[in-house]
Each structure stands twice: as structure tokens, then as C-alpha cells.
Design a protein around this ligand. Sequence first.
Ligand SMILES: Cc1ncc(COP(=O)(O)O)c(C=O)c1O
Length: 396
Amino acid sequence: MNNFFYPLVKDPYSDSDIKEAKNILNSRQLTMSKTTSKFERLFSKKLKTNYSLMVNSGSSANLLALQCLINPYRKNRLKPGDEVILPTLCWSTSLWPIIQANLKPVFVDINPITLNIDEKQIEAKITKKTKAILLVHVLGNSCSMDKIKKIKKKYKLIIIEDSCESLGSKYRNKYFGTFGDFSTFSFYSSHQISSGEGGMVCCKKKEDYDIIKSLRSHGWSRGTSFEKKYKSNKFLDKKFIFFNSGYNVRPTEVSAAIGLNQFKRLNLMIKSRDQNRKKIINKIKKNKNLMNKFDFYGASKYVTASWFGLSIKIHKKLNKEKVINILEKSGIETRPIISGNFANQPAAKKYNLATNQKFPESDFVYKKSFFIGLPTNKISKRTLNKIEKAFEKAAN
Ligand SMILES: Cc1ncc(COP(=O)(O)O)c(C=O)c1O
């Protein structure tokens, strides 16, 4: 019986994470409070973003960024039907917040080397209605942010960086998530840091911060510039002023405590994942039976990657289903690169997105690539040997 298991993520919580969570439980302050604010401040300070707000998931972070763009309090708000460009290789909730904001998603194929949007194909998709580009930084890597900056300037576009898979990656030594007008992060359990469920939305302008803050919590004014504005209105209780529409996508204080504790170890975890990645690649590249059968996606020019996982491309003669089947049976958990070409998903068809359009590179990546996890603790020799053996089986 095979009892070897190499999961996507293995118990991502340290003893000190659990201790921090217990402290919060003991304090009885479970709803969003000071620890959340502390995490947000530290996040902004480290990444050098102007404003950060923690939410209950990366999906909620995307939702609030897109809802902010159409909010009536925003001076340059987008109108129904305005277009937002995004790559076909995306997550479902990179896409749906665009539709939920009454905006039109316009898919662009990816570059099969970077796995990110193909910058060269963007301009052909720009119309008078194009107002924004939503980038999805895939598994720790990005496209050329230099090219994106040029396109942004030329067409006066808003940039949203879905960095849910890429916390800690840098482009020209600047953190992902600091190039766009908005950026989003996920702290779901397999991501660079984990708070169980959780996410962060960042923005550059105070105007957007106030809107997002109110959207996060019922549309009320607490902690925003609007608090003062209605203070003297005798028909309003100053603690319960609802000046905007809203949701409730707040994190719990427990998630914030775990997220904050993990965030303090981010650099160590990035280093560890990177070392483990190099070890696996070395092992496979040194094996004569494997070196020509598997290839590995690297970082784009100017990117210092904070790897989410190890993305692997199989040789054209290998069958991915077969390879994955054998790896899974040998105890190695695998995942597709995000969700493959999202235009192929039944939901995209139901909503008539990208009908009759072709995205060959995204299809190719889906057909020939997948990824495996990278642990944050040192990978053992035994594990490395087991991985090698599993790949040998899969390559035959
Ligand atoms: C690119 C991307 N965006 C958004 C999300 C959503 O994040 P969450 O699972 O925290 O809602 C994910 C989730 O993995 C993702 O990979």
C-alpha cells in the first residue's frame, strides 16, 4: 500500500499561529477589531501600498475592487457595459465580479511562457469602452509590468492586479500589487500565507479606500471621511450612518491574528518554498529518464517570484491525464494551472462569454501543464526520492 502523500499544502499553521488564534478566542473579541487594523497597517508598510483592507476572502477583495469602480461616490466611475480586459487563464472570482458590476469582460489569451496575459494581444482588444485591465498574476509570476504601464498610460486605463496567488513576488524589486490602482490577495489555505479564509484589497486613493471600507461593512460611514459629514444631522445616529450600498465581507479577528502572524514569516516561507522548488527541479533535471520529459515554468524577466507551487509542463508526447493519474496514485496531489481556459467552463458558456473566440495558448497550457505544491518546511531526501520515483512511473 502506498502511504506516501505529498499534498498541495500540508498543515500550513504553526504552533505560534494557533497560539495567536487562542489569544483572540480568550479575549472574546472575535469580530473585526484592533488585530485586523494592525495586520492592514503592516501589510501596507511592507508592500508599500497606500491603503489595505482585510476581507474574508480573495474573492471578496475582487468583488469590492470592482464594486468600487462603479460606485456613485467615485468621481470617475465606470458605466454599465464598460469593458474590462482579463486573461483567459483566471480564477472564477477574478471574472465574476466584473459581470456582477454590470461591466463586460473581454478575454485575452496568455503567453504560454509566463502563463500571464499576453501583453502583445491587449491593444487589439481595446475599444472606446475599455476602461480597465484586470491582471491575474499566476502562481507567483507576472507579465511585463513595463509594458502594462505603457498601455495604461496610452489608453488611460485602470489596472487591477489580482495578486491572490502571488503575495511577496516582486517586479523590478517592487511588490506585485503596487503597480495597479487596486490589488487583491487571498489567504486561503494553500496560498503564500494562510488565515484559513481571508484576503486583502489594496488601493492607491483615499477616495477608493473610503468606498471600499463602507462596502466591506454594510455601507456605513464608520472610519471613513463620511463620518464627519453627517455628524450633526439630528435624524441620524452617528454610529449608524449608512451613506453607501454595502455588503458584509469582514474578516474575523481570529483570521486576522493568524494572517498577521504568518505575514511576519512571509520572507522565510518564500525562501523555503524557493529552495524546495530548486531541489525538485534539480532532482528531475538530473535524471536521464526525466530531463526531457518535464519542464518547469520560471519567473519572467525582472520578476523575483514568491512561488505558490511548482508549475510543470509535460513533453508533447506525454498524455497529461495519464501522468496526473499516476502521480495522484503515487501520493502526489496535483492541480491544473488555475482553471485552465476559463472560456471553456460551463459557466462562461451559460453567460455567453467569449462565444466563438479561440484561445489556443490557454488551451495548450491546460492540455500540457499542471502544478504541485511547495511546502514551507524543508523537504526531506526521502520525499525527494519518492517524488522522483513517482515522476519516473508517470513518464513511462
Ligand atoms: C487568481 C485568484 N483570484 C482569486 C482567488 C479567490 O481567492 P479566495 O479563495 O480567497 O476567495 C483565487 C483563489 O485561489 C485565485 O487563484
